[in-house]
Design a protein around this ligand. Structure first.
Ligand code: TYD
Length: 201
């Protein structure tokens, strides 16, 4: 079987990190080698970049975009590409769609422009599946925990714009959208149903 690249997306507090673990467990139970990873920060260099992006104070939107792209370039070349090439499945908590939503739409830099930079950073590697975990603002608010980072401290209006941008881009780009308000078990089962067809192809 060839490798697969699955990306989980959603606003802050959508629960996708927990779902990524559930998905990896279910895939491993089928005998598949799974690499669980994330952006920004999935590599040693990337974790330094993540610190610059999320701990500090002001970061200009263009700087933010370029740092996300730099993190992504390292992530693809060090983790994702080698794993897929040896037939493993990669489950990534965030990837290019996050940049299109956060920097392209919400920060207002333009989806096409941000996509161009991201595509250059990835060398054109595309996910086999993108799933957006969509939760209502109230549920996301409850799940956003203590220890909030620079993005999570943004106000309710910012998070509502993130959610709207995910829904809009998902419709235009064929990303799957999963209702994430239900129990973790139920959402994890829905997610696995979306992933299962990739085992057959
Ligand atoms: P992360 O800590 O993974 O958020 P969460 O724990 O909610 O999943 O991601 C950090 C923040 O970085 C998150 O608010 C989204 C943002 N981000 C972007 O703005 N652009 C990007 O390209 C990526 C990958 C993340």
């Amino acid at each position: 079987m060839t490798g697969r690249f699955i990306v989980l997306e959603g606003g802050d507090g959508s629960g996708k990190s927990t779902l990524a673990k559930h998905l990896a467990t279910r895939l491993r139970a089928r005998g598949i080698e799974v690499i669980e990873t994330f952006e920004p920060g999935g590599t040693t260099l990337g974790s330094e970049i993540r610190g610059l992006l999320l701990d500090g104070s002001a970061v200009a939107p263009t700087t933010e975009t370029l740092l996300m792209a730099a993190d992504r370039a390292q992530h693809i070349s060090e983790i994702v590409r080698p794993a897929i090439d040896r037939g493993a499945w990669v489950v990534s908590d965030r990837h290019v769609p996050s940049s299109l939503v956060y920097q392209g739409v919400v920060r207002g830099l333009g989806v096409e422009e941000v996509e161009r930079i991201s595509t250059w950073a990835t060398g054109g590697l595309r996910p086999d599946l993108v799933v957006v975990i969509d939760v209502t603002d109230e549920v996301a608010e409850q799940r956003r925990s203590a220890g909030e980072d620079r993005m999570e401290r943004e106000g309710a209006e910012f998070h509502a714009r993130v959610r709207a941008a995910y829904r809009e881009l998902a419709a235009a780009r064929g990303w799957c959208v999963l209702d994430g308000d239900a129990s973790v078990e139920m959402v994890a089962t829905g997610l696995f149903a979306l992933v299962e067809p990739l085992m057959e192809s």
